[in-house]
Ligand binder design. Structure first.
Ligand code: PLP
Length: 402
C-alpha cells in the first residue's frame, strides 16, 4: 500500500502526477477497422445497405434476439421503441434519474411525462420496488438503464411489466456484451437499445441498435427509422431496379449507414478482447484504490456479467474537506481526465421547470449525483496509465482527507 504524503497538488502549483494529459477516453481503432471502412468507401455503396444488414443479423444472433434494427444512435433506438409501443401525449414512462439526457428526453419527444424513481443504494441501478409504487393508469412503458455496464435486475423489472402490461425497453447504452443470469443483454427485455457512440465499448463514432423478439415492433421501427417509407426502401437504388415506395407514417431519419456498420462490425470482432482488457484495467484500479475509506464503489450483483463500461467512484465528501467538484478539478489538474455519469436528470433545469422535479425527491440518486466521478477505463490505456490514475486519485484524496 502506498503511504501518501500531503504533496502539493497541481491545482496549487505542484508537479502533476503525469507530464501529459490522459484523456478520459480514446477509442481503439486498428488496421482491420480502417480496412473495413476503406473497403466500404470503395464499394460504391455508402448508405444503409449490405453491411448494415449483416451487422443487424450478427448482433441479433449475438444477443439471442430474433430481430435487430441498426440506427444512428441509442437515442434514436429509444425514441423509436417508445413510438413503436404507442407512447403518446399524456402518457407516463418510468425511468431512472441516473442516466444520460436522452433516456428522459425521448419520453418528452413523444409528448409523454418522464416519471423518475430512485436507484438502489449500492448498484445505482433503478430500484424495482420503487417502480411498482410509481405505476399509474397512465404508465405506458418502463425504461430501466444498465448503469455503467451492469444489467439492472431485469427479472424484477420484467415481472412488473408483465403484471401491469407494460413493455420493458432496456437502455443498454453501457452494457453490450453484459449478461443477466446466464443470458446476454439484448435477448432478455422486450426491447434493448445499444449505443456505439465514440466512448462506448464498441463504437462507430455515432451509432445504435435495437433488438427485440417481436416482429411487429421490429418492422415498425425499421420503417420509422427511414422516413416512414415502406420496408426495404434502402434497396431503392440497388440492383433489383427502381421500385416505388410509399410513405406509411411520418418517420424519422435515423438509419445506420454502411460506413458506420463497417466500423462497428469490425469492432464487434474484438468485443471479447476489449472486455478482457477492461477487466484487467478495472482490477488494477480496484487494487490501487480499494483501501481508500473516502471512496465507495458500486456493488456488483452475483448474477450480473458486467460490461465494465464505466469506472464510477463515489467520493464520500462528508469524510473530506472538499466537495466532488473540487476533487474532480484537482484530479484533472494532475493530468488525468475524468467524466461525470451522471448528475441526476431530474435536477436539470428543464426537468425542474417543466415537470416540477425538486431536490429531495430521489435521495439515493441525489447522494450519488453529488459525489460521483468516472475514472478512465478503456482498452487503449496502458497499465502505467492506470497506475497514474490511481496515483492522482490517492494524491488528491490524501490532500483533502479530514
Ligand atoms: C445511459 C445512456 N443512454 C443513452 C445514451 C445515448 O446514446 P447515443 O449517444 O448513442 O444516442 C447514452 C449515451 O451516452 C447513455 O449513456
Amino acid at each position: 500500500m502506498t503511504i501518501e504524503t500531503r504533496e502539493t497538488l497541481a491545482v496549487e502549483g505542484g508537479v502533476p502526477v503525469r507530464a501529459s494529459f490522459l484523456p478520459y477516453h480514446q477509442p481503439l481503432v486498428d488496421a482491420a477497422d480502417e480496412q473495413a471502412v476503406v473497403e466500404t468507401l470503395r464499394s460504391g455503396w455508402l448508405t444503409t445497405g449490405p453491411r448494415t444488414k449483416r451487422f443487424e443479423k450478427d448482433l441479433a444472433a449475438y444477443a439471442g434476439a430474433a430481430y435487430c434494427v441498426a440506427v444512428n444512435s441509442c437515442t434514436a433506438a429509444l425514441h423509436l421503441a417508445l413510438e413503436a409501443v404507442g407512447v403518446g401525449a399524456g402518457d407516463e414512462v418510468i425511468t431512472s434519474p441516473i442516466t444520460f439526457a436522452s433516456t428522459a428526453n425521448v419520453i418528452v419527444h413523444q409528448g409523454a411525462r418522464p416519471v423518475f424513481v430512485d436507484v438502489e443504494p449500492d448498484t445505482f441501478n433503478i430500484d424495482a420496488t420503487c417502480i411498482e409504487r410509481a405505476v399509474t393508469p397512465r404508465t405506458k412503458a418502463l425504461i430501466p438503464v444498465d448503469f455503467a455496464g451492469q444489467p439492472c435486475d431485469l427479472d424484477a423489472v420484467m415481472s412488473i411489466g408483465v403484471r401491469h402490461g407494460l413493455p420493458v425497453i432496456e437502455d443498454a447504452a453501457h452494457s453490450i456484451g453484459a449478461g443477466y443470469k446466464g443470458r446476454r443483454v439484448g435477448g432478455v427485455a422486450d426491447m434493448t437499445c445499444f449505443s456505439f457512440y465514440a466512448t462506448k465499448n464498441i463504437t462507430s463514432g455515432e451509432g445504435g441498435a435495437l433488438t427485440t423478439n417481436r416482429q411487429e415492433w421490429a418492422d415498425r421501427i425499421a420503417v420509422m427509422a427511414l422516413h416512414g417509407i415502406s420496408r426495404d426502401a434502402w434497396k431503392r437504388y440497388g440492383s433489383e431496379g427502381y421500385r416505388h415506395w410509399d410513405i406509411i407514417a411520418p418517420g424519422y431519419k435515423y438509419n445506420m449507414f454502411d460506413l458506420q456498420a463497417a466500423l462497428v462490425r469490425s469492432q464487434f470482432d474484438k468485443i471479447d478482447a476489449f472486455h478482457d482488457r477492461r477487466v484487467a484495467l478495472k482490477s488494477r484500479l480496484d487494487d490501487g484504490l480499494r483501501d481508500l475509506q473516502e471512496i465507495a464503489f458500486p456493488a456488483e450483483r452475483a448474477w450480473a456479467a458486467h460490461a465494465y463500461h464505466l469506472y464510477p467512484i463515489v467520493v464520500r465528501s462528508e469524510m473530506l474537506r472538499a466537495d466532488r467538484d473540487t476533487i474532480m478539478n484537482a484530479i484533472q489538474a494532475e493530468n488525468v481526465g475524468i467524466g461525470i455519469h451522471f448528475r441526476a436528470v431530474h435536477l436539470h433545469p428543464y426537468y425542474v421547470e417543466t415537470f416540477g422535479f425538486a431536490r429531495g425527491m430521489f435521495p439515493v440518486a441525489e447522494y450519488y449525483s453529488d459525489r460521483t466521478i468516472s475514472l478512465p477505463l478503456y482498452p487503449r490505456m496502458s497499465d502505467a496509465d492506470a497506475d497514474d490514475v490511481v496515483a492522482a486519485v490517492r494524491k488528491v484524496i490524501a490532500r483533502y482527507r479530514r
